[in-house]
Design a protein around this ligand. Structure first.
Ligand code: AMP
Length: 396
């Protein structure tokens, strides 16, 4: 994939699609700026080359055009601080002001455009809208991995207007390289740790991984669908009744392929979905009526950790329990610690977006694993073997 390293930006205006879809509090303060800091290397590289940067992004899911709550102007001050220079802002992403400001932009300067999703044309992938955006810059750079699985105007459609001058930013390239490394270049033993609430969200990924992994660890809420499918008593634990056959199918396939599949043998069970609940340890196939499993138990932690620590490649997607509540965070934390130990011993560990990334951040392990993906849905789709429109548009 062509990256910013292969383009000379001197005197050029680079139109860079970033993912600045950051969480804001009620006073419009950014509560987590990871997505912004992740885009800085690309921005700085272009500026250092002597180019100018025009940034475009979405923020939230505005329904009816311009909305104060979703304005990217809330990001300008913090971005200026991070870059050490004043970032300009255009209060529309197309139209006279955007054109004026883009035109006047000098080398070394940065302009942020207003939220792309204030136009419904963005998500519709409208070609005319994409062309208006394209007219603002000389080179198109996509560094928005988090939206690379969407064929929107600014993430994919726009690329056709830069047949010779389009490339990936460092973040997009790193995400794709790390996903590739795990999917097609994994050192063995390769262990996938799947967790989270639902089997149905992860089924395609599990099927895809079955052709690749040596060990498949299944924890979190989805494990109870497997436990019930095997005839266990799971009380009020999370279950997808319509996925019982599928769970048995997965177990049979894993066995046929000689994959070491690990399900929890014990759970921390609770009499309510609450941090105030009474808790006990129970066998996974014998959970009391009215109680629910909200975390993996100590035996499962031991067995899972042992496999994780002997692995050379680890993919982790989804927490082992309701880690947001202190009473049920232990399983996820212990597995995170095992991933960290494996990484220290030379394993490559990829943490797959969303809730697993939040868990790793909660326990302060973000810098102790090999890579934490910034894209939840995008990484999942890439891992499922789907072509991401944002990546395809760059490569075409
Ligand atoms: P996902 O988005 O599918 O990765 O699911 C993540 C969510 O699953 C987190 O918010 C967890 O709190 C939740 N979760 C994990 N384990 C359980 C469980 N045993 N019961 C209910 N929810 C769970």
């Amino acid at each position: 994939m062509k990256t910013v390293d292969q383009i000379k930006f001197l005197g050029k205006k680079a139109l860079v699609r970033v993912d600045f879809n950051v969480p804001l509090d009620a006073n419009y303060h950014i509560t987590d700026d990871n997505r912004i800091t992740a885009a800085l290397p690309t921005i700085k590289k272009i500026l250092n080359d002597g180019g100018a940067v025009i940034l475009m992004s979405h923020l939230g899911r505005p329904k009816d055009g311009p909305t104060e709550k979703y304005s990217l102007k809330h990001v300008v001050a913090h971005l200026s601080d991070l870059l050490g220079q004043q970032v300009q802002f255009a209060d529309d992403c197309i139209g006279p002001q955007a054109i004026e400001k883009a035109k006047a932009l000098a080398p070394g300067e940065v302009l942020l455009l207003e939220n792309l999703r204030f136009y419904k044309e963005e998500e519709k992938g409208d070609k005319e809208f994409a062309q208006k955006l394209a007219a603002l810059g000389d080179v198109y750079v996509n560094d928005a991995f988090g939206t690379a699985h969407r064929a929107h105007a600014s993430t994919a459609v726009i690329a056709q207007f830069f047949p010779e001058a389009k490339c990936a930013g460092y973040l997009l390239a790193a995400e794709v390289n790390n996903a590739e490394k795990v999917l097609n270049n994994a050192e063995r033993p390769f262990t996938a740790i799947m967790g989270g609430a639902k089997v149905s969200d992860k089924i395609e990924l599990i099927e895809q991984l079955m052709g690749k992994v040596d060990n498949l660890i299944i924890g979190g809420g989805m494990a109870y669908t497997f436990a019930k499918a095997q005839g266990g008593k799971i009380g009020k634990s999370l279950v997808e009744e319509d996925k019982l056959d599928l769970a048995n199918d997965i177990l049979a396939k894993a066995k046929a392929r000689n994959i070491n599949i690990l399900l929890p043998t014990d759970s921390i069970i609770a009499d309510a979905f609450s941090n105030e609940a009474n808790t006990e340890i129970a066998q996974n196939d014998n959970i009391k009526d009215g109680w629910m499993g909200l975390d993996i138990g100590p035996d499962s932690i031991k067995a899972f950790s042992k496999v994780v620590e002997s692995s050379k490649t680890i993919l982790w997607n989804g927490p082992m329990g309701v880690f947001e509540m202190e009473k049920f965070e232990q399983g996820t934390k212990a597995i995170a610690e095992a991933v960290v130990r494996a990484t220290k011993n030379g394993a490559f560990s990829l943490i797959g977006g969303g809730d697993s990334a939040a868990a790793v951040a909660k326990f302060n392990f973000t810098n102790d694993v090999s890579y934490v993906s910034t894209g939840g849905g995008a990484l999942l789709e890439y891992m499922e073997g789907k072509e991401l429109p944002g990546v395809k548009a760059i490569n075409e």
